[in-house]
Write a protein that binds this ligand. Structure first.
Ligand code: NAI
Length: 377
């Protein structure tokens, strides 16, 4: 099968997420990097792209240059990844979709709900794929958990409890670090800090595993480092359309917690727990039975869990390969065989609606508010 051409915007040298995209996109041979505008500093971006093997005439100083240079090429990218800071996602994603490119956008997809709705509409109108990098949903054992819920193995889901709480922004003396600061600056990050940064991964995961949508929520936000304009800690209670009760804690000042993302799902006939720091395992307890450790690579797992695992049982298979799984599903979709698990623009829009709902709720002292985007009400 012919390799697909891939372009990248953002994710320059030293960025947090750039390496995971490169390792992910290139892991299975589906894509090759042909074009890039990798850095907000034009020269550094051009130089780095060339060091990664991009031809000099396709190593761009900024994304508008890349759009102009690539849109009419016969060998233009089949997929463009947007891995820049949040405030730029909408403009770049919309422009590339309108020019007929498939896009993988980093989360949060947009800053506002209106922008999110527009992206959904543009993707529908152009018929192009717009995926959002909810990469945790692509771990094999997360797909296994989802399949078990769909098969009714834990019965109707009563309760979901999820945390995405780390301590890496807990040092008040580091608050001015430019890579930390933008996340709490409304001009760069939007209306929400930690909830939009990490909380939406947890919220998406709850929806993804339960195969259900968040409808209402109540939020409490706090900026525990006083210089921060946006929250660095949030507690969100939510309800899903099917009646599931949700509890979510997200924090960036929880010193001692490392990655800190976990989820527990409790149904009428069983429950399970998955944690990003032990991603190969799903801890499952049937009602009245023993707790079992299900391991990636063992016999009897669902098709997705088998398909999205490359290394033998008990070998660690971590974050970049979860991102690679998003790229595998994208490659299938681009080649005309879409898979149902790939997070699309609708998921990005739902997250934005939840972010704005949480901000409104927190301002109103935790009032319960509608968390659905207007176009899905
Ligand atoms: P970062 O600050 O570490 O890196 C941002 C990169 O984008 C830098 O290389 C910068 O030079 C480049 N950049 C900025 N503006 C640009 C522009 N206009 N054109 C081209 N390049 C530009 O940020 P980080 O942590 O890598 O985050 C980037 C995005 O990825 C954010 O939206 C963030 O929310 C998301 N993210 C997603 C994760 C996930 O698990 N899916 C994990 C970490 C970040």
């Amino acid at each position: 099968m012919a390799q697909l051409n891939w372009g990248m915007i953002g994710g320059g040298e030293g960025s947090q997420i750039g390496p995971a995209h490169r390792l992910g996109a290139l892991a299975d041979g589906h894509f090759r990097l042909v074009a890039g505008a990798l850095d907000h500093r034009a020269e550094q971006g051009r130089a780095y792209a060339q060091r990664l093997g991009v031809a000099s005439d396709r190593a761009y100083g900024d994304w508008t240059e890349m759009l102009a240079g690539e849109r009419n090429r016969p060998d233009r990218p089949d997929l463009v990844t947007v891995a820049t800071p949040n405030s730029t996602h909408f403009q770049i994603t919309k422009a590339f979709l309108e020019a007929g490119f498939n896009v993988l956008c980093e989360k949060p997809m947009t800053l506002t709900v209106e922008e999110g709705e527009e992206i959904v509409k543009v993707a529908e109108k152009t018929g192009k794929i717009c995926a959002v990098n909810y990469c945790y949903s692509a771990y094999p054992m997360v797909r296994q958990a989802r399949a078990m819920v769909q098969e009714g193995q834990i019965g109707k889901v009563r309760l979901v409890v999820t945390n995405f709480s780390h301590g890496h922004h807990g040092d008040a003396t580091d608050a001015d670090n430019p890579r930390v600061r933008w996340r709490y600056d409304p001009a760069m990050a939007g209306v929400s800090g930690q909830f939009a940064d990490c909380g939406i991964h947890a919220l998406h995961m709850a929806s993804f595993i339960c195969n259900d949508e968040v409808t209402r929520l109540s939020a409490d936000f706090a900026s525990t480092i006083a210089s921060r304009q946006l929250e660095d800690d949030a507690m969100v209670n939510f309800r899903m359309a099917g009646g599931t009760v949700g509890r979510l804690w997200t924090s960036s000042v929880a010193i001692g917690r490392q990655h800190g993302f976990d989820i527990q799902v409790f149904g009428e006939t069983g429950g399970f727990r998955w944690a990003s720091e032990q991603p190969n395992q799903l801890i499952y307890t049937p009602l009245g039975g023993r707790t079992q450790i299900m391991e990636k690579g063992e016999a009897g797992l669902c098709e997705d869990a088998r398909r999205l695992s490359r290394v033998a049982i008990a070998h660690p298979e971590g974050f970049p390969l979860a991102v690679a799984n998003i790229y595998c599903d994208l490659a299938d979709a681009i080649r005309g065989a879409p898979r149902e698990g790939l997070p699309r623009a609708a998921a990005g829009l739902r997250s934005m609606a939840a972010v704005h709902a949480a901000v409104a709720s927190a301002k109103a002292g935790g009032a319960w508010v509608d968390a659905r985007p207007p176009m899905f009400r």
